[in-house]
Design a protein around this ligand. Structure first.
Ligand SMILES: C[S@@+](CC[C@H](N)C(=O)[O-])C[C@H]1O[C@@H](n2cnc3c(N)ncnc32)[C@H](O)[C@@H]1O
Length: 497
């Protein structure tokens, strides 16, 4: 132990004598415990409670010089070090406590809190879990774990942990507030509003974004249960000064309710929004999707309009909010089969999230997309040899180029029937060339247009469409989050015959 200095026993005994002489209460405590170490601990706790962290630390250090095997004392010392930002010493102290007694739930809880404060999520998560294993009824550990998983965007597990914490300690306003946010992500709007109200009642004055979320939750719930127009009409009164633009509320209600499977309500909002702008290809297509009308591919006007608008926020929304990581994972999969390509095509390249990953795998990299807004973002990366604005199927059929890798991350989801595209891709590949792609996976047969406007494909359909290819590898994956839940998908590498 290098960074904690305990006083000599002689120095501590001199301190005890002077405390006894100057503080009658200390003398009484000493008489009660019959030993100076617990009396010093008691005094240290009083200093701690009153915010005198340095004095508390010195008192615990003195107690430890007399009882260095007392793991609870080491934990107290760790906590006051932590409270006064002496992080390294806090870690040393709490690890000493745990070496002396690895079966103490409070000590694991203290390690978790210290590590969490230091942003060491791995240590903190492990320590919260050990706390819970030793004491399943520790509300603070469930809450700490829940908040940590919330930050990691593991929403379902976070929700379960925070729920447990609230059940064990129903008067913690912070826990109710976290529960409200997690219920909103899980689209449990009634529970969300209840949790925020409870948080406000108990302790917290809700901040403006939380109050806005509560107003949205109440409005979305009213939409599910009754009339859309009435819910929108009542929104202003619910939100008061926090109200947002009604058009944004209706737009977000449409996407949230369709993602959560409340298709009737979503369809009613979709119809209302389309009647306001009958020529809008995004409103039209997404209403079709919610109504379950099938088609062979998303219309090109939809793709262009939607992605042109989305382009500036695409990267942060996909990689942070939705936890999208397909480009990196797919490139790793491809590299396991081959590298050293001559001419690679990033089909539906979007903003070029895959560019930096693909570049080391070969020489030339062409990016293709239908949306000029997305291509403008891709251009900024400067990683493509060439960027082409074209419809994917039409380009593959017409091009004289021959590629040895076609890479399609999250772009075949805009095609229903994959047969024509696969055929065209085979034509644009050299024999033996690779085609790497991702799909959202459904268990049925064929393909389905989902309420999100993206298609899901069965493995059967993919295989039937890939007759020009030998499938080399299929990896199950989570493509993104939707309404806080993982969207199952497949990464596939195939080789042209
Ligand atoms: C979800 S983004 C994925 C972008 C990129 N591959 C990535 O992984 O970040 C889908 C992209 O496919 C493009 N796209 C969809 N259908 C297309 C089509 N028929 N032809 C060309 N591009 C298309 C869209 O414009 C959009 O940029």
């Amino acid at each position: 132990m290098t960074n904690i200095h305990l006083p000599d026993v002689g120095v501590t005994m001199a301190l005890v004598a002077s405390l006894q002489a100057s503080l009658p209460d200390f003398g009484r405590i000493l008489d009660r415990f019959g030993h100076p170490a617990p009396a010093l601990r008691k005094l240290g706790l009083v200093h701690w409670e009153n915010g005198r962290f340095d004095t508390a630390a010195r008192t615990f250090e003195a107690a430890l010089s007399l009882a260095p095997e007392d793991s609870d004392l080491w934990r107290d010392l760790a906590s006051v070090y932590s409270a006064s930002d002496r992080d390294e010493q806090a870690l040393t102290a709490i690890r000493t406590a745990l070496e002396l007694n690895p079966h103490s739930a409070p000590s694991w809880q203290a390690l978790a809190s210290i590590a969490d404060r230091l942003d060491d999520a791995e240590t903190a998560e492990d320590a919260y879990r050990r706390t819970i294993a030793l004491d399943p009824n520790a509300p603070a550990a469930h809450l700490g774990l829940g908040l940590l998983l919330f930050r990691k965007k593991h929403y379902q597990e976070a929700l379960a942990a925070v729920r447990t914490s609230v059940a064990l300690d129903p008067v913690n306003g912070l826990a109710h507030c976290a529960l409200g946010h997690l219920c909103f992500i899980a689209c449990d709007f009634a529970a969300c509003a209840r949790a925020f109200d409870e948080a406000a009642r108990l302790t917290l004055e809700l901040d403006a974004p939380t109050r806005q979320k509560r107003a949205r939750a109440l409005t979305f719930q009213a939409m599910i249960e009754g009339s859309i127009r009435e819910a929108l009409h009542d929104y202003g009164a619910i939100a008061g000064e926090d109200r947002e633009d009604l058009d944004i509320i209706a737009r977000d209600a449409f996407s949230v309710l369709s993602a959560a499977g409340h298709l009737e309500a979503a369809a009613e909002i979709g119809r209302m929004r389309l009647s306001e702008k009958p020529d809008d290809p995004v409103r039209r297509y997404l209403l079709d999707a919610v109504l379950g009308r099938s088609m062979d591919a998303a219309p090109t006007e939809y793709i262009e309009t939607y992605f042109d608008l989305f382009a500036p926020q695409f990267d942060s929304k996909l990689t942070e909010t939705l936890q999208y990581n397909a480009p990196r994972q797919m490139v790793q999969l491809v590299a396991g089969h081959r590298i050293g390509f001559t001419h690679m095509l990033d089909l539906g390249c979007g903003t070029g999230l895959a560019a930096a990953e693909l570049q080391p795998l070969g020489k030339d990299l062409t990016g293709l997309d239908l949306s000029s807004g997305m291509l403008a973002q891709a251009q900024k990366r400067g990683s493509y040899t060439e960027l082409v604005k074209a419809e994917a199927g039409a380009y593959l059929e017409a091009t004289q180029n021959r590629f040895d890798l076609i890479f399609a991350a999250d772009s075949l989801i805009y095609f229903g029937d994959l047969k024509p595209l696969m055929r065209a891709a085979a034509g644009a590949l050299v024999p033996g060339g690779l085609f790497a792609l991702s799909i959202e996976h459904n268990d049925g047969s064929g393909f389905t247009l989902q309420p999100s406007g993206r298609f899901a494909h069965s493995l059967g359909h993919l295989k039937a469409a890939a007759t020009d290819f030998v499938i080399l590898e299929i990896q199950e994956s989570t493509i993104r989050l939707e309404a806080g839940r993982p969207v199952p998908g497949l990464y596939v590498v195939m080789q042209r015959r």
